[in-house]
Design a protein around this ligand. Structure first.
Ligand code: UDP
Length: 347
C-alpha cells in the first residue's frame, strides 16, 4: 500500500515510516519540519515539506495517479486516490505548553486534523490511524486504565486529541471511515542508535534526565513531589517507540480486514507498569553511572498523578506484544542515541 505519514519527520512518525517501508509499503511523509527533522525521514520515503493547514497541498497529495491504486500491495484497497491509508502523527505534544497556549493546540491538533480528514474523504481514502494519547483520561478512576474508562483530560493537549477522536466517531458513522486510535502512554527509547528523540526545546522526562548525564544540564527538575503516589512524584507507563511502531502496522492490517460495519479500533498502548519520576531518575543513574542531581520543583499544570495502561485489548485483538517492556532496556536504547547524538540530528 501507499501510506501517507503526517509528521513522519518526528520521533514516533519516523520510526513507523521505517517499519512501513520494511513491511513493503510505499511511504509519503508530509511534515512542515517545524519540529521534525529531515534527517529522521527514512531514505526510501518520499518527503513532502508541507503543512496540514494547506488544503491545496493535501488535495495534490491525494490526487489520483494512474496505476498507483492497482499496483497496491493490498487486494482490499478501495481508494481511487494515490494514497491508500493515512497515519496521522503531526501534532504538538507538550502537555505543559498546552496549558499556556491552548489555542495553538486546538489549531494544530484539532483544526488541522479536520482539514486532513476532509481532504481524505474528498479523495475517497477511508483508512486512518490516529496518534492519540493517554492524556485523554485525565486523572483516571482506576488503574490500569481500560479503553472505555471515562475521558476527562486535565490539559488542553489531551482535549485537542479527544476532539479528534470524537470527530472520527462521527465520520465513521456517517461516511464509513475506518479508523484506529492508538492511545500512547509515555513513548520513550530509541529504535536505533542513530534515530531517537530530539525535541527543541526538550520537555520530556527521559531525554531531560539524559541531558544531565551528558553534562548539558546541571540537574533535572522534578515537577511536583506532593502527588498522592508512593514517593509523591508522578507515575507514568513508559513504552518503547519500536513497540509502539509495531502496533501501528497491526492496526493498519486490521483495518484492511474490516467489514463496512466493523467497529473502530481503539487501543491503549503501554506496558501496564508504572514508574515514578524518582524511579525513572534512579534507573537512569544505574544505566549512565552519572549521579543525576535533582531539584524538587512545583507541579507542572495539568499533570495527572498516575497514568498506567491496560493494553490487554490490543494484545487480545491484534496479538500485539511488546518486545522491550522493561524500563531498563528502554533507557539503555535512549542512552545509546543521546550519547552518540548529544545535540540531536544534524549536529
Ligand atoms: N517531568 C519532570 N521533569 C521534567 C520533565 C517531566 O518531573 O523535566 C515529569 C512530568 O511532570 C510528568 C512526567 O515527568 O509527571 C512525564 O512527563 P513527560 O513530559 O515526559 O510526559 P507526559 O506524561 O507529560 O506525556
Amino acid at each position: 500500500m501507499r501510506i501517507l505519514v503526517t509528521g513522519g519527520a518526528g520521533y514516533i512518525g519516523s520510526v513507523v515510516a521505517e517499519e512501513l517501508l520494511l513491511a513493503g509499503h510505499e511511504v509519503v511523509v508530509l511534515d512542515n519540519l517545524s519540529r521534525g527533522h529531515r534527517e529522521a525521514v527514512p531514505k526510501n520515503a518520499e518527503l513532502v515539506a508541507g503543512d496540514l493547514a494547506d488544503r491545496n497541498c493535501l488535495d495534490q497529495l491525494f490526487r489520483s495517479r494512474s496505476g498507483s491504486a492497482s499496483s497496491s500491495a493490498s487486494p482490499s484497497t478501495f481508494s481511487s486516490s494515490s494514497i491508500d491509508a493515512v497515519m496521522h502523527f503531526a501534532a504538538l505534544i507538550e502537555a505543559g505548553e498546552s496549558m499556556k497556549t491552548p489555542e495553538t493546540f486546538f489549531r494544530n491538533n484539532t483544526a488541522n486534523a479536520l482539514t486532513l480528514l476532509e481532504a481524505m474523504l474528498a479523495a475517497g481514502v477511508k483508512r486512518f490511524v490516529f496518534s492519540s494519547t493517554a492524556a485523554l483520561f485525565g486523572n483516571p478512576e482506576r488503574t490500569p486504565i481500560q479503553e472505555d474508562d471515562p475521558l476527562k483530560p486535565t490539559n488542553a493537549y489531551g482535549e485537542s486529541k479527544l476532539l479528534v477522536e470524537r470527530m472520527l466517531a462521527w465520520l465513521h458513522r456517517i461516511h464509513g471511515l475506518r479508523y484506529a486510535c492508538l492511545r500512547y502512554f509515555n513513548a520513550a527509547g530509541a529504535s536505533r542508535p542513530d534515530k531517537g528523540e530530539a525535541h527543541d526545546p526538550e520537555t520530556h522526562l527521559i531525554p531531560r534526565i539524559l541531558q544531565v548525564a551528558l553534562g548539558r544540564a546541571d540537574h533535572v527538575q522534578i515537577f511536583g513531589s506532593d502527588y498522592p503516589t508512593p514517593d509523591g512524584t508522578c507515575v507514568r507507563d513508559y513504552i518503547h517507540v519500536s513497540d509502539l511502531a509495531k502496533a501501528h502496522l497491526l492496526a493498519l492490517e486490521a483495518l484492511g480486514k474490516q467489514q463496512p460495519d466493523s467497529k473502530p479500533l481503539i487501543y491503549n498502548l503501554g506496558n501496564g507498569q508504572g514508574f515514578s519520576v524518582k524511579q525513572v531518575v534512579e534507573v537512569a543513574r544505574k544505566i549512565t553511572g552519572h549521579p543525576i542531581p535533582v531539584l524538587e520543583s512545583p507541579r507542572r499544570a495539568g499533570d495527572p498523578a498516575v497514568l498506567i495502561a491496560s493494553s490487554e485489548k490490543i494484545q487480545r485483538d491484534l496479538g500485539w506484544k511488546p518486545e522491550f517492556p522493561d524500563l531498563e532496556s528502554i533507557m539503555e536504547s535512549a542512552w545509546r542515541w543521546h550519547r552518540s547524538h548529544p545535540h540531536g540530528y544534524g549536529a
